[in-house]
Design a protein around this ligand. Structure first.
Ligand code: DAT
Ligand code: MG
Length: 135
């Protein structure tokens, strides 16, 4: 049995605006993962900058910050066996054009700039992001 771990996930403003949050939450729960904590809130500019520090030199950086702060998101702490990898698998590829049908991005997004959901990419970043968005 894989180790139980926590990941940070957030339903992005595009998916909230399109009223997909219920369906996305259903998919997470149906997978067996547990939503331990959840809040509808706006991402602050400080949180956005800290979350996307690794992309600060990319040409799309400002657009990314503007987008993630453009409206409410659903912030979640999700736990379960290999929760980080399991969430990434439910989410699908970063570019929705490459995300398989049946994945959240494959089904709810068409554009890499607004790709429906965020999920931590490692257990270490999950801890950092949970702290950033919840404490
Ligand atoms: P992921 O969200 O799959 O972890 P990431 O951490 O590399 O991907 O990038 C964070 C976000 O930045 C991603 O969800 C959407 C945006 N992004 C990534 N690559 C992009 C690109 N080539 N053009 C526009 N936005 C991009
Ligand atoms: Mg990432």
């Amino acid at each position: 049995m894989a180790a139980i771990e926590r990941t940070y996930s957030m339903i992005k403003p595009d998916a909230v605006r399109a009223r997909h949050m219920g369906e996305i939450i259903t998919r997470i729960e149906r997978s067996g993962l547990v939503i331990e904590r959840m809040e509808l809130a706006e991402v602050t500019p400080e949180q956005a900058a800290a979350n996307y520090e690794h992309l600060a030199d990319k040409p799309f950086y400002q657009e990314l910050i503007d987008f993630i702060t453009s409206g409410p998101v659903v912030k979640m702490v999700v736990s379960g066996p290999s929760a980080v990898a399991k969430m990434r698998s439910l989410m699908g590829a970063t570019d929705p054009l490459e995300a398989a049908p049946g994945t959240i991005r494959g089904d709810f997004a068409l554009n890499v700039n607004s790709n429906a959901i965020h999920g931590s990419d490692s257990p270490e970043n999950a801890l950092r992001e949970i702290e950033l968005f919840f404490e």
